[in-house]
Design a protein around this ligand. Structure first.
Ligand SMILES: Nc1ncnc2c1ncn2[C@@H]1O[C@H](COP(=O)(O)OP(=O)(O)OP(=O)(O)O)[C@@H](O)[C@H]1O
Ligand SMILES: [Mg+2]
Length: 294
């Protein structure tokens, strides 16, 4: 197990000779982060990020972040606006490749596969590591075709009946089947916001991903639709690994087992969600969860 330098209330520095798994103390003491507090490892990691830096042009947006995402866990990523949550999440399936000025350094693996290896095809990667966005974004196609889209382009089925089965199972797992089974030919964009988001989750599930990344998936939803999606996240955890960015600390507390707190591009603290919310070790985490900033 990698144990990352403990740091009480942002004042400790790394003692000489302590191996910090590539974590170097932040040189500018005024930022008082000095490496990540807590255990960045997961018992059964699916994704491992090590010493990740992300630049937009000259600007460093993620600074030396290392983190595991474990099997069957929901990890919440929290922190003030602009701290790099979305940037880090997008590194996990190379969505940042779509931003010209963005450059990623460090190592990110899905199981043993280096996802930044040269020549790696990002299309299957983005099926293995699916993403659900803040704003539900169904295609302007039928409900059926939204879900069938991925299996078709990835050639996952050879017959119509197999495809029907995948569509039904995906909608069932996304908790939407009963609401749409009689209107599969209607356009996905005609559903309510909460239904559209569950449709997008069904579309992601349809290609049998291993990891699902969710960037504020409930921020456009009302409280009832939010509760439905949160329940769903909990159910999906049995089969998938989920990383969710959220601005709602209540949501992080409700859906996640581990929480990672980001601040100014650094991973300040990570730990069991209960511990982070009841007994944060870093003062910046404490300030954030008690509402002193952010
Ligand atoms: N496409 C981009 N081009 C240039 N800079 C960017 C781009 N996307 C993000 N940034 C910068 O990178 C930093 C981190 O942004 P990011 O969107 O990852 O933050 P965030 O934590 O997701 O914020 P929010 O909670 O507001 O969504 C910010 O300073 C932001 O301005
Ligand atoms: Mg964001």
């Amino acid at each position: 197990m990698l144990s990352v330098t403990p740091n009480t209330l942002g004042t400790a520095t790394v003692p000489a000779g302590v191996i910090t798994a590539g974590f170097s103390p932040v040189e500018d003491e005024s930022r008082a982060i000095n490496g990540t507090v807590g255990d960045i490892t997961a018992a059964e990691p699916r994704m491992t990020a090590r010493n990740v830096n992300v630049y937009y042009g000259e600007k460093l947006a993620i600074n030396n972040v290392s983190l595991d995402i474990g099997k069957n866990e929901v990890i919440a990523m929290i922190g003030p606006s602009g701290c790099g949550k979305s940037t880090f999440l997008r590194c996990m399936n190379r969505m940042n490749d779509t931003i010209d000025i963005c450059r990623v350094e460090g190592e990110i693996k899905l199981d043993d596969q280096d996802i930044y290896a040269s020549g790696l095809d990002v299309v299957p990667l983005r099926a293995q590591v699916g993403m659900v966005f803040q704003k539900p974004n169904p295609f302007p196609k039928s409900i059926y075709d939204n879900v069938a889209y991925g299996p078709r382009i990835h050639g996952l089925t050879s017959s119509k009946s197999e495809l029907d089965e995948i569509v039904e199972q995906s909608l069932l797992k996304a908790g939407l089947w009963d609401e749409v089974k009689d209107r599969l030919d209607e356009v996905g964009t005609g559903l309510s916001g909460g239904q559209q988001q569950r449709l997008c989750i069904a579309r992601t599930i349809a290609v049998a991903p291993e990891v699902i990344l969710m960037d504020e998936p409930c921020s456009a939803l009302d409280p009832i639709a939010t509760a439905r999606v949160e329940e769903l996240i909990d159910e999906l955890r049995e089969q998938y690994t989920i990383a969710i960015v959220t601005h709602s600390m209540q949501q992080a507390a409700r859906v996640s087992q581990r929480t990672a707190y980001f601040h100014l591009g650094e991973l300040v603290e990570v730990g069991k969600t209960d511990d982070i919310f009841t007994n944060p070790r870093h003062r910046l985490t404490e300030d954030y969860i008690t509402g002193r900033f952010g």
